[in-house]
Design a protein around this ligand. Structure first.
Ligand code: NI
Length: 176
């Protein structure tokens, strides 16, 4: 396993739609997954999408730690999840705005509106289908990571750029 280099905003791979993974069981994809997990842990991040490590494929890894949802009623922590070819759709129209950060925009965070509840599905590394509903931070992580697969960075979702802050001015937070 290897820690991969994170691509930063400005590299074209971050603003192009990624391609579907045709064979999740291939050795190349299994190695990519192992390396992305290693990279996520090394960065102490919550989520990582393949384009962020210079691979234009539809694959994300994420988890929802208990500490991040302590004040969300009914929210369940999510174990480290690898989601291949994910599809995410809103479950209702309700939105909420919270601060996000991203490994590809180091040192920055900003307030981003997201759907409060989503449904998502995809494929696990062993080929098993994954289908879940999510709310709150879990839903936010999913929307943020799946946006990466469509070439969208959280900045592009912000409706108030005045909330964009450097960590040195605002205080750090977990990255998505
Ligand atoms: Ni990100």
């Amino acid at each position: 396993m290897a820690v991969l280099k994170i691509v930063r905003m400005g590299h074209p791979v971050l603003t192009r739609p990624a391609k579907p993974v045709s064979d999740p069981s291939s050795p190349e994809i299994q190695r990519l997954i192992a390396d992305m997990i290693e990279t996520l842990k090394n960065e102490r991040a919550v989520g990582l999408a393949a384009p962020q490590v210079h691979v234009p494929l539809r694959l994300v890894v994420f988890h929802v730690p208990p500490s991040r949802i302590a004040d969300e009623e009914g929210a369940e922590p999510q174990p480290l999840t690898v989601l291949i070819n994910p599809a995410v759709e809103p479950d209702g129209e309700e939105r909420e705005t919270q601060r996000e950060a991203c490994l590809s925009l180091p040192g920055l965070s900003g307030q981003v509106p997201r759907y409060k509840r989503v449904r998502y599905r995809g494929t696990a590394p062993d080929g098993a289908p994954i289908e879940r509903t999510a709310s709150g931070f879990h839903a936010r992580v999913l929307q943020h990571e799946c946006d990466h697969l469509d070439g969208i960075l959280y900045l592009m979702r912000m409706d108030d750029l005045s909330t964009l802050s450097f960590d040195t001015e605002f205080g750090g937070m977990e990255t998505l």
